[in-house]
Ligand binder design. Structure first.
Ligand code: ATP
Length: 438
């Protein structure tokens, strides 16, 4: 059943241009994926929804876009060069490689227990900057976006005049040489993260930790994931990362079981202290009330954009029967759907096409719109349903006389007739939209 659902989602993603396996014409390339015409819209919506809630709607958080390539000194200070490792084992029988902590001593491929000792494998991708490939030119692709915020702490403090509690947020690509990528886009070697570092007075860290994991859980619920598909999981002491005084994961019930969507960690003053010590710069805040400097603690909600998009696909996937006919429907929140509106002229004849074009032009500045004039109207509705378009606007021959069109609702399939002059305001209200909804 679970495999069935994943297979359906992978197939739908490929068939409808949401996610393609990368480099298929060359036989594919090891768990890499390309986001197609609809996937790029949906992924952008996920990131925009995060940015809106974490930055735009808050006056205590500002944004950043830091470089992916930078000096290895960052990773030395952060502990990644030493600690960002997974325990790697080889199966002596079939030669497959595994993460020791994921397989309990038995090779999942051939069942052999003849495994090598686990050895630490650093997950950072190494490259060389400039024409000479020597030790001095080594650089790493960032395995998380977070360090960009720490090394820019002083810049942001000075340019924005923020004071703790305040946050710096960033969305961008990260790279990890995962030993066993898989489960579609759940675990890939190149992925996108949405991270925020929230700097607080040390004594307030426990309060803000609880605040942020509560907020972050609610974000997924507000965007339509059912309560029973989400849970918070507190890490045991032995599980904590080298920098963490406490971590809570937001987990989602994937078809194969619970999996992490986001980790919220109390990173203490570990990173600012470490970068301060390694760089010689004082990364602290001067408190004008006590007249003393201090190093803030950091609460970090760190989410995966690509993994979260997949969770939204899984959570919204549904099949039902309409008028005796089976259909697939993605019950996506309008803010996440690739298209909010599809404009469907009933015929390719003029002057219907011209009217449909005008309607597209009047709606597309406000909504992401599709335009489809191929095949029967029933088939076109099904196509929009399976990619989650919440509203279809049908332009028919009566529209030429009564200046009205039909709005058809994805979930109920009910239809209403509205004057073209009021179409946009109807859609704004049906979709819960305002100018900045995404
Ligand atoms: P995991 O235990 O699944 O490897 P992690 O605890 O190492 O994840 P973090 O370092 O906390 O992950 O990264 C924050 C978020 O980034 C994760 O919750 C996840 O959504 C996303 N993420 C991490 N690694 C990957 C990956 N290889 N592919 C896709 N998303 C990822």
């Amino acid at each position: 059943m679970a495999e069935d659902l994943m297979e359906k989602i992978v197939n739908l993603s490929k068939r409808r241009g949401i996610v393609f396996p990368s480099a298929e014409i060359y036989g594919g390339f090891r768990s890499t994926y390309d986001y197609g015409p609809l996937g790029v819209l949906m992924l952008r919506n996920v990131k925009n929804a995060w940015w809106r809630s974490m930055v735009q709607l808050r006056h205590d958080v500002v944004g950043l876009d830091a470089s992916i390539l930078s000096t290895p000194k960052i990773w030395e200070a952060s502990g990644h060069l030493e600690n960002f490792t997974d325990p790697l084992v080889d199966c002596r029988s079939c030669k497959e490689r595994w993460r020791a902590d994921q397989i309990q001593g038995v090779c999942p491929n051939c069942g052999s227990t003849d495994l090598t000792e686990a050895r630490a494998f650093n997950m950072m991708f190494k490259t060389y900057v400039g024409p000479v490939e020597d030790e001095a030119s080594v650089a790493y692709l960032r395995p998380e976006t977070a360090q960009g915020m720490f090394i820019n702490f002083k810049n942001v403090l000075q340019t924005t005049r923020k004071k703790p509690p305040f946050g710096i947020a960033q969305v961008g690509k990260s790279f990890r040489n995962e030993i066993t990528p898989g489960n579609f886009v759940f675990r890939t070697r190149e992925f996108e993260q949405m991270e925020m570092e929230y700097f607080v007075p040390p004594e307030e860290a426990p309060k803000w930790f609880e605040y942020w994991y509560t907020e972050r859980l609610q974000w997924y619920k507000d965007l339509g994931i059912r309560d029973d598909l989400l849970r918070l999981r507190h890490h045991e002491k032995e599980e904590l990362s080298h920098y963490s005084a406490g971590t809570v994961d937001v987990e989602f019930a994937f078809p194969w079981g619970w999996g992490e969507l986001e980790g919220i960690a109390n990173r203490t003053d570990f990173d600012l202290k470490a970068h301060g010590a390694h760089s010689g710069e004082r990364l602290e805040y001067f408190d004008p009330v006590t007249n003393r400097p201090y190093i803030p603690y950091v609460i970090e909600p760190a989410a995966g954009a690509t993994r979260t998009m997949m969770a939204f696909l899984v959570a919204s996937y549904d099949e039902d029967v309409i008028g005796g006919e089976a259909r697939t429907v993605l019950r996506l929140d309008p803010r996440l759907a690739p298209y909010q509106v599809a404009i469907l002229p009933l015929s390719k004849k003029e002057p219907l096409m011209k009217l449909a074009d005008e309607i597209f032009d009047s709606l597309s500045p406000t909504f992401s719109c599709d335009y489809d004039d191929t095949q029967s109207i029933g088939r076109r509705y099904r196509r929009q349903d399976e990619v989650g378009t919440p509203s279809c606007v049908t332009v028919d021959f009566d529209s030429l006389d009564d200046n009205s069109v039909t709005i058809r609702d994805r979930d109920s399939t009910s239809q209403i007739r509205v004057p073209i002059a009021e179409l946009k305001s109807h859609l704004v209200s049906i979709l819960g939209w305002d100018a900045g909804a995404c």
